[in-house]
Design a protein around this ligand. Structure first.
Ligand SMILES: Cc1ncc(CO)c(N)n1
Length: 228
């Protein structure tokens, strides 16, 4: 099955995500509030595009099963995860103005762009493969963290979002959809897309720890020019 192959080929990347300091600190309760705040704002941009990509892929598909499930995925994202995130914004006093003032950082931008490219080059099946690690990795992280939990209430709420039955159900639907759209002819392309999304998932945690932005620091300007 496509999903078995995909999982086997990304094991190291997924393990690195599960062991990433963002995740271990979230669980221990030591993740700085500013890091979580940065993550939430970047992820807001990400989730907005993530939802849009479901609709764009649905627009391009002629298969009712694919169309219906992508539309349902977009709807459950809005009613579920995005709605929960709004309660986080309220709890942390993150205002619409603050969100609007921040653009997607390079890694967030690259990850989103990768999924757009997957849709462009491999069609709706490519988008399904690109979107799948988002559902699947977060569900695995939610399950892994649920046992111990986090002492910080909002970090516990974050874990609860991904360990919830509605989230796990949406993840299983996406797994089935990926296996449905994968064919012998497109499997290699879909695996390559899935792997890149898994790589960007790992970079997304690091982006938050670094509070990455588009500014040029003295250090990276110097290293960029020293090679010439
Ligand atoms: C970057 C990223 N990947 C996956 C999810 C889960 O939908 C999320 N919220 N953000």
């Amino acid at each position: 099955m496509f999903t078995d192959q995909a999982h086997a080929q990304t094991q190291a990347l997924w393990d690195a995500s599960k062991r990433h300091p963002f995740i271990t600190q979230l669980q221990a309760g030591t993740l700085p509030a500013a890091t979580f705040r940065y993550y939430l704002i970047q992820d807001h941009h990400y989730l907005h595009e993530f939802g849009k990509l479901h609709d764009l892929a649905a627009d391009q598909s002629h298969d009712p099963r694919v169309v219906n499930q992508l539309r349902a995925g977009a709807a459950s994202l809005r009613d579920g995860e995005i709605a929960v995130r709004q309660t986080f914004f309220d709890r942390l006093n993150i205002t619409p103005a603050e969100v609007a003032a921040v653009t997607a950082a390079p890694t967030c931008y690259a990850y989103i762009s990768h999924i757009y490219r997957a849709l462009l080059t491999a069609g709706p099946a490519g988008a399904v493969a690109g979107l799948l690690p988002c559902y699947w990795l977060y569900a695995e992280i939610g399950q892994a963290l649920a046992g111990t939990g986090s002492p910080v209430p909002i970090y516990q709420s974050w874990i609860d979002t991904y360990n919830a039955d509605d989230y796990t159900g949406a993840m299983h639907d996406q797994l089935a959809l990926a296996n449905y759209v994968a064919t012998p002819a497109n499997t290699d392309a879909l695996l390559a897309i899935f792997k890149k999304s898994s790589w960007y998932e790992l970079q997304f945690w690091q982006m938050a720890l670094d509070q990455e932005d588009w500014s040029i620091t003295d250090a990276n300007a110097a290293s960029a020019f020293s090679r010439h």
